[in-house]
Write a protein that binds this ligand. Structure first.
Ligand code: SF4
Ligand code: SF4
Length: 85
C-alpha cells in the first residue's frame, strides 16, 4: 500500500485532533478542546505538511500503530478500513 492509498482512508473528520484523556479504567474521553493547529471549521490541519516538525506531539498514524491504538474513534477511517483488510 502506498502512502497516498493509506492516507486516503482518513475521512478528515478531525476527531482525533481533539484533546483526550484516559481514566483509571482505561476509558478514553474526547474533550471539546482542539489541537491549536486544527481548523475547526474545515476540520483540516493547518500545518499538515510540517505537522511533525511544528508539533512534536502529533503522531504519525501507520498501519502497525493504528492496530494497537485504543484511543482512535471507532468511526476513524483507518480503523474501519482495517477491519475489512
Ligand atoms: S498538528 Fe496533528 S494533532 Fe494538530 S491538527 Fe495537525 S494533525 Fe491534528
Ligand atoms: S479520526 Fe481518523 S478519519 Fe478522522 S481525522 Fe483522525 S485519522 Fe482521519
Amino acid at each position: 500500500m502506498t502512502d497516498s492509498e493509506w492516507e486516503s482512508r482518513c475521512k478528515h473528520c478531525g476527531t482525533c485532533c481533539f484533546e483526550k484523556y484516559e481514566n483509571h479504567t482505561g476509558t478514553v474521553y474526547y474533550t471539546q478542546t482542539p489541537c491549536r493547529y486544527l481548523d475547526v471549521v474545515t476540520r483540516e490541519c493547518r500545518i499538515y505538511e510540517n505537522r511533525f516538525t511544528i508539533n512534536p506531539e502529533c503522531i504519525k498514524l501507520t498501519p502497525a500503530l493504528v492496530s494497537k491504538l485504543h484511543w482512535l474513534p471507532r468511526c476513524c477511517g483507518y480503523r474501519t478500513s482495517a477491519k475489512s483488510d
